[in-house]
Design a protein around this ligand. Structure first.
Ligand SMILES: Nc1ncnc2c1ncn2[C@@H]1O[C@H](COP(=O)(O)OP(=O)(O)OP(=O)(O)O)[C@@H](O)[C@H]1O
Length: 254
């Protein structure tokens, strides 16, 4: 019996001659933010896709809450509590904020094998509305519920993506660059939000914003050319000579 929320064992994935994941192992503990960093093309998104079920590894094993999910598809993994936000927005821009959250709640119901309805009926479904509204208030968007999603600021869209993921009541989160495109104040707000969210569901966080990573992460894994070259606390990673050589510029560490 393990209390690890996620375990990745010896994952390998090649595209032709390119080893995008080269014997990757890592885990996620309850209540933690584990950041995955590395240069462009290091294989971070490829790893996240394999964990979420969108891409099948060549070899290796993935366990969620102690259960082997390697052969399961995305929907089955979502049903087990694996929530995800994407690098590219999955929101319907012409829909209202509330409609997007309700669509999320509908997807969560589908993942649990529940019944689907026509969209116009769905907007009158008390359970779905309650789930959607609760998720919106968790991220501070309840006042914006009737706004058109296209009219939201970039930061608010990121909050809405997290709200949509929350409708699934996830046991763990995979987040691919949630800070991308946010200004300084947007990333500060999201940093505070993620800091609180980890208690509810631990987060495997892919992020280029090093200020956010070093502020938030309990542990950091560094991926270079598909391999994890180090895992440790922020201080351990800052002081790791191989990481300094391979990835982090000296100026980032002072
Ligand atoms: N479907 C694919 N077919 C072929 N090569 C791919 C495919 N997906 C990714 N790659 C390659 O695998 C390597 C890892 O890509 P990946 O997108 O996982 O890196 P990343 O660390 O997420 O990069 P970034 O920080 O730029 O998002 C890259 O060299 C990329 O070109």
């Amino acid at each position: 019996m393990t209390d690890l929320v996620l375990q990745v064992h010896n994952l390998c994935k090649s595209f032709g001659a390119l080893k995008a994941s080269n014997d990757v192992s890592l885990d996620l503990r309850p209540g933690e933010i584990h950041a995955l960093i590395g240069p462009n093309g290091a294989g971070k998104s490829t790893l996240i896709k394999q964990i979420s079920g969108g891409l099948q590894p060549d070899t290796g094993r993935i366990e969620v809450l102690g259960q082997d999910v390697t052969a399961l598809d995305t929907v089955a993994r979502a049903r087990m509590g694996l929530g995800r936000t994407f690098q590219i927005s999955s929101l319907a821009m012409e829909f209202s904020v509330l409609q997007n959250a309700v669509l999320g709640a509908l997807g969560a119901r589908r993942a649990r094998g529940g019944r689907l309805g026509l969209f116009r009926n769905v907007m009158k479904d008390a359970d779905l509305l309650a789930t959607a509204q609760e998720a919106l208030s968790r991220v501070g968007l309840e006042q914006a519920a009737q706004q058109r999603t296209a009219d939201l600021s970039h930061g608010q869209r990121r909050q809405l993506e997290v709200a949509v993921a929350l409708t699934l009541k996830p046991r763990l989160f995979l987040m691919d660059e949630p800070m991308a495109g946010l200004g300084a104040s947007g990333s500060k707000d999201l940093t505070t939000f993620l800091d609180n969210l980890r208690q509810e569901a631990p987060i495997l966080l892919v992020e280029h914003d090093m200020d956010a990573v070093f502020a938030l992460a309990d542990r950091i894994s560094v991926l270079v050319y598909g391999s994890v070259i180090a895992t440790g606390t922020a201080d351990e990673i800052r002081n790791n000579p191989e990481v300094r050589r391979a990835y982090l510029g000296e100026e980032e560490l002072t």
